[in-house]
Write a protein that binds this ligand. Structure first.
Ligand code: PEP
Ligand code: MN
Length: 380
C-alpha cells in the first residue's frame, strides 16, 4: 500500500503537485491573510479612579463609532470597559489617550466575552421570576424524558412542592442507541407547556439540532445544549442568535477551556444569557457513570462571570450517589443544580437508575438548605 502523502492528490486525478518548497511559499501568505480577516481581539479599558460619567460615556461613543462592541462594568473600586472587535482596527484605535482612561490591557485568554477580565461582575440570568447567579442556589428538577402528560404533571407538582423552581424534561433525547426511546418531540414540548401552565414552573429542555431551535425556543424558557452537542458549532451559533437563555452542558471529553470557548460562540452571537453546567467527565472510573469534576466550579468562577450549575444525576449515574454530589455542589459554590426525578423510576423510559423519587428529592432539598446557608447561599 502506498504511503499517503503529497503524491496522493495527483494519483486521485488532481493537478500535479509543484515541488515542495514553492508549495509552502504559495500557501503561507494566503493563510496569513485569511487569519487576519477572521481574528477578533479584546481589550479592557480601565478608567482612572475619579473619572467622570461624561468621560465614560464619551469613550463608549468613540468605541462604538469605531466599530467595536463595548461592555461597561461599573464596580465599587473601578469602572472598566470591555472592548471587542476586529484585530486590525485596534492598530488605529488609541483608547489609552482618551480623557479618563488609566490604561488599556489586552485580554490574552482564548475566550474573551466569557472571561472575568472582560466582565468582572457575575452574570445573572433571569427566567420568568427566577434568577440564576446572584447568590442563589437554583434548582431545576424533573424527569430525564417527557413520557406523558400525566407523568410530567405529577413530577412537576412534586418537585415544585419540594422547592424546585424550574422543570427539566427532554422532548428531544440524545440516546446512544438508535433503538432507545428518542423522546416525544413536539408533543413533548406541548406537554411541558401544559406543565408550566399547571404549576408555574419555568421550563428547561434540550435542543439537538439547528432546525429545531425556533420550535424549542417557542416552548422552552431555557434551551439546553447537551454534553454531546457542546461542540456542535452550528447549534451554538443558532442558539446564540435567538434570545432565550442557554444551558450549556460540558462535553464528557471536554476541558473547561473548551467549555468556555463554546460559551464564547453563544455570547459572540449576542446572547449574553449563558448558564454553564458541569455534568461529569469520562475517566477510567467505572463505579460511576461519569466523574463529577467539582473543581470545575471554582475554576469557572475564577475565569468567568457566567453562572455554573451541577448535574449530579448524569455525573453519578446511580441514584444512591446523587445526594452526596448535590451537597458537594452547594458547598463548592455552584449557582444551582439540574437533577432527575421520577415518580416511578423503575418504569422510566430513560435514566430511571439515576432518578430520585419525589420523596428522596424532597429529603435532599431539606438537607441542602443548611449547607447553602453555611456558604452564604439561598437554596430554593
Ligand atoms: C440531559 O440532561 O437530559 C442529558 C442528556 O444530559 P447530558 O447531555 O449531560 O448527557
Ligand atoms: Mn438523563
Amino acid at each position: 500500500m502506498p504511503t499517503p502523502g503529497f503524491g496522493e492528490a495527483s494519483r486521485r486525478g488532481a493537478s500535479p503537485e509543484p515541488p515542495a518548497p514553492s508549495r509552502v511559499e504559495a500557501v503561507q501568505p494566503e493563510l496569513a491573510e485569511y487569519d487576519s480577516i477572521r481574528r477578533r481581539e479584546a481589550v479592557i479599558v480601565v478608567m482612572r479612579s475619579g473619572s467622570t460619567l461624561k468621560e465614560t460615556s464619551h469613550i463608549l461613543k468613540v468605541i462604538e463609532k469605531d466599530g467595536f462592541k463595548a461592555h461597561l462594568s461599573r464596580g465599587e473600586d473601578a469602572t472598566i470597559i470591555g472592548v471587542i472587535g476586529d484585530e486590525r482596527k485596534f492598530d488605529g484605535a488609541n483608547f489609552a489617550t482618551l480623557p479618563g482612561v488609566e490604561r488599556v490591557i489586552p485580554i490574552l485568554k482564548p475566550f474573551k466575552l466569557a472571561s472575568r477580565d472582560f466582565q468582572p461582575k457575575d452574570t445573572v440570568v433571569r427566567v420568568d421570576s427566577v434568577t440564576i447567579g446572584a447568590g442563589r442556589f437554583t434548582v431545576m428538577a424533573g424527569p430525564c424524558a417527557v413520557e406523558s402528560l400525566e407523568q410530567t404533571i405529577e413530577i412537576a407538582r412534586s418537585v415544585k412542592r419540594a422547592g424546585a423552581v424550574i422543570l427539566r424534561g427532554g422532548a428531544f433525547k440524545p440516546r446512544t442507541s438508535p433503538y432507545s426511546f428518542q423522546g416525544l418531540g413536539r408533543k413533548g414540548l406541548e406537554i411541558l407547556a401544559a406543565a408550566k401552565k399547571e404549576t408555574g414552573l419555568s421550563i428547561v429542555t434540550e435542543v439537538m439540532s439547528v432546525e429545531d431551535v425556533p420550535l424549542v425556543a417557542q416552548y422552552a424558557d431555557i434551551l439546553q445544549i447537551g454534553a454531546r452537542n457542546m461542540q456542535n458549532f452550528n447549534l451554538l451559533d443558532a442558539c446564540g442568535r435567538q434570545s432565550k437563555p442557554v444551558l450549556l452542558k460540558r462535553g464528557m471529553m471536554s476541558t473547561i477551556e473548551e467549555l468556555l470557548l463554546s460559551a464564547e460562540y453563544i455570547l459572540s452571537r449576542d446572547n449574553r444569557n449563558v448558564i454553564l453546567c458541569e455534568r461529569g467527565i469520562r475517566t477510567f472510573e467505572k463505579y460511576t457513570r461519569n466523574t463529577l469534576d467539582i473543581a470545575a466550579v471554582p475554576v469557572v468562577k475564577k475565569l468567568s462571570h457566567l453562572p455554573i450549575i451541577i448535574d449530579p444525576s448524569h455525573a453519578a449515574g446511580v441514584r444512591d450517589y446523587v445526594p452526596a454530589l448535590a451537597k458537594a455542589s452547594v458547598a463548592a459554590g455552584a449557582d444551582g443544580m439540574i437533577v432527575e426525578v421520577h415518580s416511578h423510576p423503575d418504569q422510566a423510559l430513560c435514566d430511571g437508575q439515576e432518578s430520585l423519587t419525589p420523596q428522596e428529592f424532597d429529603a435532599l432539598m431539606k438537607d441542602l438548605r443548611p449547607i447553602a446557608e453555611a456558604v452564604g447561599r439561598d437554596a430554593r
